[in-house]
Structures are given as structure tokens and as C-alpha cells.
Design a protein around this ligand. Structure first.
Ligand code: NAD
Length: 429
């Protein structure tokens, strides 16, 4: 099938490349001309495992191409995906200007029937608004259908998430669109849930908010465990063995970050308010999450008392491993706070340092985790990269000024760290 994907960021690029890999003919579209010029040469602007190889293979097989022109890009397409950003506004509301703009642009160049699929995370009822907008600007009065197909991929495992999804949710209102969407995804042989458009839109906000709730629940437990002298990892293990609960996402740490959870929780609180519902549960989820960063910093202060002039080694910057994405990474707030209090930061991350240099000034970036530890008064672990989990801890200890590690991700066993001579503090254990 001929497919166009508008927005070549994390979601759009992975969608286009994976659909090309499944045998469809895909055009990736973006209004960032520089990004498109680089993509045409096979240069991928983000780090996502396996993505660059797939781009290169599908470019050479001519199943994938890129353009910065929506009219050219969608001309042949039977399905047009909208994958542009939906960033949060200060109020928590979802900023839909990019979605609206793309809907208008699609409408103005419609020449044949197309299924227009919203993959961006949007508030319920956006599909209705997209449909109205397209009708308004559809000068040629061409028929079309609007579909909601929220994306559930995770950065760091985006390709396998796309290729082996738990479920594909398709919200639609026409049999014609249903046939097209089922044909599109047929090669994946996946579990497809067909719903109305509004329910599909809600599934995405509800899913992300629920996952964030699990994380905040684990973080609340961690606070109790810290005081009670229990091990939160044992507690969540014991809970997770119950299949009704499940172990995934019951993970205490320095809080969730990234481009989705903070935005989607805030968005859902705002959306609910619009329907007259005060989502107190999610407000608490958000508050617990914010608190995790403060609690982490207070642990650093408990160890060093005054932060002014202290050298602090930081390991891990991205909001989670296997991505270079720094959007809403807890590391950003934590480092800014430490710098505000006069600390000198030496930081290391396997993939996110180039992006960090643009947003975190006054930080010394090192080539290895060992360089970040060298001469530091304390070492902080903020992202659980494999490379950090596999460090030579004896070497780390020999390089630190004080053998203190505050681990925001609970990656090491406390007893082992103690026997190696570290003062080691995790989260809730
Ligand atoms: P992104 O910022 O990485 O990419 C968005 C792209 O859209 C950018 O390249 C931007 O230049 C392009 N764009 C904006 N306006 C445009 C226009 N008028 N014409 C053409 N291109 C335009 O965003 P993302 O992380 O890929 O997220 C996209 C959507 O998917 C969001 O709604 C997000 O919430 C959702 N989502 C993201 C993830 C994730 O892990 N990143 C997962 C699931 C869903």
C-alpha cells in the first residue's frame, strides 16, 4: 500500500520505516527541511536501537522516501498518518496547533479518497475536530475517513514494539476505513481492537496515566520502605507475582520523565476537568512524581550537608536507557537544582550527552563513567544504562574522593555495595 507519514520524529519515523519494512511504500514527511535532507542520506537524527539500519535498508530498496512537501508526499497515499508533536501548554492542556495545521494542509491537497489516521496522542474528540477541519478546507470535496490509531511504542524498544505490538487500537466510523486499516496491519498478524474514535483516543491517555500511576504507587511504597527499613524491591516483587497486579512498571526510582508520561498525565487531568471531573487520583500521581526528585536531592544533602563547591559525578542523563531523549528527564531538574546550590557537576551518559550540552550548561561532560567519578565527593546514578550497571565498581571506588553512591534506579544490591566499602543509598531499600 502507499502510505504517507506526516511528522518524522520518534513516532513518525519508526512508523514509516516499520511499515516500509513490512512491504508498504512509505513517504516520510516533515516540515523540518534539514531533518528531511539528512534522512534522505540515511542520517537518523535520533538514537533508537536498530532504526538507522532499517532506514538505510528501506531507502536502498526504494520502499522508503522522504519529502518536506505535504502535497507531494500524500498524493499517491491511501493512508496518511498524522504523527506530529502534541506538546503540553502551561495549563496542562494539549497543544493541538500542529495537528490542526496538518489537517488543514492535507485537506487543501486531497485529490483521491484517503484514510487520515491520527497517531499522535490527542484529547478525546480531536478526531471529530480533525474531520470538521478537513471538511472545511477540502476544496475539491473529495471523500475521506478519519481514524484514531494511538501509538504505544516505547523509546528504546520502538522497533520491536511496533513490529510485535500487544495490541493495535483502531478507532473509526466507517467500514471502508476498517478494511483499509486491517489490510495495512495484516502483515503484523496482531491483536486488533476496533472501537469508535473517541474510545480509541481515551485508551491512549488512560493507558499512559495508568502506567504512571503504577510508578507513583511504587514510589509511595519506597518512601514508606525507607522509613520502615523494608526493601521496596521485595515488596513490589511480592505484589507483582499476583497476575492481577503484574510486575511491570512497579518500579521505584527518581520518577517518570520523557516526552509522554508527564505530558499525558497533565493532559488527562485537564481533559477530565473539561468534562467536569476532578481527577484527584492523577493529581496525586503527579505530585508523588515531582517529590521523588526532591527526595533524591535531600539524600545527597544528607550525605554531603552543604553542596556548595562539592564535585558531584552524575551517571546517566536520558530519561531512561537506550534512548538519547532528554525531554522531561528527571536528570535535568536534579542537575539544575544541584548547580543552583553551588555544586560542580561532571556527567556521563552513553548517548544523551550531545543533546544535554544544548540544555545543561556549566556541566563538564566526560568520556567514561570513570572520569565522572574521578575526584568526586559523591556519585549519583540517574539512568540505568547497561554500561553503568556493568561498571568496574572497585575502580569507581578507587577514583571517588568519598565512596558514596546515591542510586536513583536501584541497580546494585545494597549488601554487595556495602561489602565493597561503599556508602550506598537506593530508593526505598
Ligand atoms: P517529535 O517531536 O519527535 O516529532 C514530531 C515531528 O513532527 C517533528 O519532527 C516535527 O518537525 C514534525 N512536525 C511538526 N509540525 C509539522 C508540520 N506542520 N508538518 C510536518 N511535520 C511537522 O514527537 P514524537 O515523540 O514522535 O511524538 C509524536 C506524537 O506521538 C505525540 O503526540 C506523542 O505524544 C505521541 N507518542 C510519542 C511516543 C514517544 O515515545 N515519543 C510514543 C507514543 C506516542
Amino acid at each position: 500500500m502507499n502510505i504517507a507519514v506526516i511528522g518524522s520524529g520518534y513516532v513518525g519515523l519508526v512508523t514509516g520505516v516499520c511499515l516500509a519494512e513490512l512491504g508498504h511504500s512509505c513517504v516520510g514527511i516533515d516540515n523540518d527541511k534539514e531533518k528531511i535532507a539528512r534522512l534522505k542520506d540515511g542520517i537518523v537524527p535520533i538514537y533508537e536501537p536498530g532504526l538507522e539500519e532499517l532506514v538505510s535498508v528501506n531507502l536502498s530498496k526504494k520502499r522508503l522516501s522522504f519529502t518536506d512537501n505535504i502535497k507531494d508526499g500524500i498524493e499517491e497515499a491511501e493512508v496518511v498518518f498524522i504523527c506530529v508533536g502534541t506538546p503540553p501548554l502551561k495549563s496542562g492542556a494539549v497543544n493541538l496547533v500542529y495537528v490542526e495545521k496538518v489537517a488543514r494542509e492535507i485537506a487543501e491537497c486531497l485529490t483521491t479518497y484517503k484514510v487520515i489516521v491520527d497517531k499522535s496522542t490527542v484529547p478525546v474528540e480531536t478526531g471529530d475536530r480533525v474531520e470538521r477541519t478537513i471538511k472545511l478546507y477540502n476544496i475539491n470535496k473529495v471523500s475521506f475517513d478519519v481514524v484514531s490509531n494511538p501509538e504505544f511504542l516505547r523509546e528504546g524498544s520502538a522497533i520491536s514494539d511496533f513490529m510485535k505490538p500487544d495490541r493495535i487500537v483502531i478507532g473509526l466510523a466507517s467500514e471502508r476505513a476498517e478494511k483499509v486499516m486491517k489490510r495495512l496491519y495484516q502483515p503484523l498478524n496482531a491483536n486488533i481492537l476496533v472501537t469508535d474514535i473517541r474510545s480509541a483516543e481515551l485508551i491512549k491517555h488512560a493507558s499512559n496515566s495508568f502506567l504512571a500511576t503504577k510508578i507513583s504507587f511504587a514510589n509511595a511504597l519506597a518512601e514508606i520502605c525507607d522509613s520502615a527499613g523494608a526493601d521496596v524491591l521485595k515488596v513490589v516483587e511480592g505484589m507483582g507475582l499476583d497476575p492481577r497486579i503484574g510486575k511491570d512498571f512497579l518500579k521505584p526510582g527518581i520518577g517518570y520523565g520523557g516526552s509522554c508520561f508527564p505530558k499525558d498525565v497533565a493532559g488527562f487531568i485537564y481533559i477530565a476537568k473539561g468534562y467536569g471531573y476532578d481527577f484527584k487520583l492523577l493529581k496525586a500521581v503527579r505530585e508523588i512524581n515531582e517529590n521523588q526528585k526532591k527526595r533524591f536531592i535531600s539524600k545527597v544533602k544528607e550525605s554531603l550537608w552543604v553542596l556548595n563547591e562539592k564535585q558531584i559525578g552524575v551517571l546517566g542523563l536520558s530519561f531512561k536507557p537506550d534512548t538519547d531523549d532528554l525531554r522531561n528527564a528527571p536528570s535535568l531538574d536534579i542537575i539544575k537544582q544541584l548547580v543552583n546550590e553551588g555544586a560542580k557537576i561532571k556527567a556521563y551518559d552513553p548517548k544523551a550527552m550531545e543533546k544535554a550540552k544544548k540544555v545543561l550548561k556549566g556541566v563538564v561532560y566526560t568520556e567514561t563513567p570513570y572520569e565522572a567519578a574521578r575526584g568526586s565527593d559523591i556519585l549519583l546514578i540517574l539512568t540505568e544504562w547497561d554500561e553503568i550497571q556493568n561498571m568496574d565498581l572497585k575502580k569507581i571506588k578507587s577514583l571517588l574522593k568519598n565512596p558514596i553512591i546515591i542510586d536513583g534506579r536501584n541497580i546494585f544490591p545494597p549488601e554487595e555495595m556495602k561489602s565493597l566499602g561503599f556508602v550506598y543509598k537506593g530508593v526505598g531499600r
